[in-house]
Design a protein around this ligand. Structure first.
Ligand SMILES: [Zn+2]
Length: 321
């Protein structure tokens, strides 16, 4: 028997699927520059307008067997994935915040995170208007927290270090500043920005949403996520490109680093310090190799940082708000 408690969850799931379907349009048209309201959906290949029953989230993909009803061109699974993840985000948000004003804020922010992640992974661009809306939502949330804290459920003093709006503005500045400094460090190493301005916009938006207290935590967490995802990819690619020595050296380096960290107290001082010196030498050698690799080959090990930042922010949001 379907218990009554499942009904709202089912409802939220279906609403989430519909919103996810709309976000696909936002992603697609954000990239092509078309209006998101008009015209109606059409097949990107043959241009035939889609009927309503071609447009049912998840279900249409299944009964059309992943192909356009007119020209049989394969439809990307990305649309169904976005719909499904949106629905899951809606359910988790509902379970966390219920039907409240706060959930509207959170869902708007989480949805834009998802849209930015997919846009960045797909085309390696951040659409500036998306970052502006995120900044606006963060500032609006802090304004509400300043003047009408009673309509929000989270503990305002725990999140904002000082007056919410000030905390939000300083978070915005700190996020942008940290990323701009990192981007410009690229001039020292490679003679160009380390990454585009989109990352700074997103970091600024995250600062506005989470305030000065949590923006640095999110950036550090994002760095860890980025490292964990990039490492296997980097190892695989260097190994495949015939630079087996770099891959092996990197593994040795990481093993040594972990061992030194775990046994730092128990080890004899001389062993510990010689290990440390070896570690530094290996790091220098590795960095030299990686930089020369970055300069020569067209680098396909590069992963955009925005998805990591947004995923870190999603995790922190569910914890603190
Ligand atoms: Zn078609």
């Amino acid at each position: 028997m379907l218990s009554i408690v499942w009904l709202p969850i089912l409802f939220v799931f279906i609403v989430g699927l519909c919103f996810g379907s709309f976000y696909n349009v936002v992603i697609l048209r954000g990239l092509s520059g078309e209006s998101i309201v008009f015209p109606g959906s059409k097949c990107p290949k043959c241009g035939n307008p889609l009927k309503w029953y071609h447009n049912i989230p998840l279900l249409s993909y299944v009964f059309l067997r992943g192909k356009c009803a007119y020209c049989r061109t394969r439809i990307s699974i990305q649309y169904s994935i976005v719909e499904f993840i949106t629905a899951i985000l809606f359910i988790i948000s509902y379970l966390r915040w219920g039907f409240s004003l706060q959930v509207l804020f959170m869902l708007s922010i989480l949805s834009l995170f998802l849209i930015t992640i997919v846009t960045d992974l797909k085309e390696r661009v951040i659409i500036t208007s998306h970052s502006y809306i995120l900044c606006g939502l963060g500032l609006l949330l802090s304004l509400v927290a300043t003047f009408y804290p009673q309509i929000l459920d989270f503990n305002i003093n725990k999140i904002y270090m000082f007056c919410p709006i000030l905390s939000s503005v300083s978070g915005l500045i700190a996020g942008a500043a940290v990323m701009e400094i990192m981007a410009r460090l690229g001039y020292l190493v490679a003679g160009k920005r380390a990454f585009g301005e989109g990352d700074s916009y997103i970091a600024a938006a995250l600062g506005a949403i989470l305030g000065i207290k949590y923006i640095l935590i999110v950036l550090i967490l994002a760095g860890i996520i980025q490292f964990l995802v990039s490492l296997p990819l980097f190892l695989f690619n260097t190994y495949r490109q015939g630079k087996k020595f770099v891959a092996v050296e990197l593994v040795l380096f990481l093993t040594l680093a972990v061992l030194l960290f775990l046994y730092s107290i128990k080890l004899d001082k001389i062993v510990y310090f010689s290990g440390l010196i070896l570690l530094v030498l290996m790091a220098m050698h590795l960095i030299r190799n990686i930089i020369s690799g970055m300069k020569t080959s067209n680098n396909n090990t590069y992963l955009p940082f925005v998805p990591a930042m947004n995923i870190a922010a999603i995790i922190i949001m569910f914890i603190i708000f």
